[in-house]
Design a binder for this molecule. Structure first.
Ligand code: CA
Length: 232
């Protein structure tokens, strides 16, 4: 992400008129835009800072494209969804999307979401460790959490986490043993924009517990939220 807010954007959209107007608008704002009209072309693209991804593509399901982009890139993804398409927000989050815009959208609306997602990413980068001591990997019992490289080792072995699993774990680990409410978790790990589906948190807690190998790592505090602690 550039400091001047200008980003290299990959637009994945098969509708030519939408694509043209989005490309024109973003280019006018000073962004560099690459356009892919198919899922396959999107997966072949490289070197972007952000992805605008149409859910309905001719060759692939946008959800699969989202999942596969997320596996190879940490660039924020904004889903472009049609009102008529059933887009499950929870699923979108689980696939690694950062935000979504419902068609038909105004260019202003899209530009605002791009700025918001870009700002969050810059803040995350700013929050994330650089060279000083506070940014050394955090040890939590047998777990080593490295926010700089976004890697987690458990008992010396690297454990693969999705982007959101890592964010959730890193957030809970900011205060070991403290209870975090679902709302706090949604605000910090996701975005207020996604409000409502708090079961998203539970789904991610469940998958993290599985990867941590012990459900005691993340304890549910009934009616409140969750706390992270190494199992006794
Ligand atoms: Ca489409």
């Amino acid at each position: 992400m550039r400091q001047n807010d200008q980003v290299k954007i990959l637009l994945v959209e098969d509708d030519r008129s939408i694509a043209e107007s989005v490309v024109d608008g973003l280019t006018a704002e000073g962004h560099e835009v690459a356009h892919a009209a198919t899922g396959a072309a999107a997966l072949a693209a490289e070197g972007y800072d952000m992805v605008l991804l149409d859910l309905g593509l001719p060759d692939m399901d946008g959800r699969d494209v989202c999942r596969q982009i997320r596996q190879r890139s940490s660039a924020p993804i904004i889903m472009l969804t049609a009102r008529t398409e059933e887009f499950d927000r929870v699923l979108g989050l689980e696939l690694g999307a950062d935000d979504y815009v419902t068609k038909p959208f105004s260019f202003r609306e899209l530009a605002a979401r791009i700025r918001a997602v870009g700002r969050r990413t810059v803040e995350q980068l700013a929050d994330s460790p650089s060279a000083d001591d506070s940014n050394l990997p955090q040890e939590v019992g047998p777990m080593l959490l490295d926010r700089r490289t976004r890697r987690m080792h458990l008992n010396g072995l690297e454990t693969q986490l999705t982007a959101k699993e890592f964010d959730l774990l890193a957030f809970l680990a900011t205060d070991i043993g403290a209870v975090r409410t679902r709302t706090e978790i949604l605000e910090n790990v996701w975005d207020a924009h996604w409000y409502g589906p708090t079961k998203t948190v539970d789904a991610h807690v469940a998958s993290l517990r599985k990867k941590l190998g012990h459900s005691d790592w993340i304890q549910a505090v009934r009616g409140v939220g969750f706390r992270l602690e190494p199992p006794a």
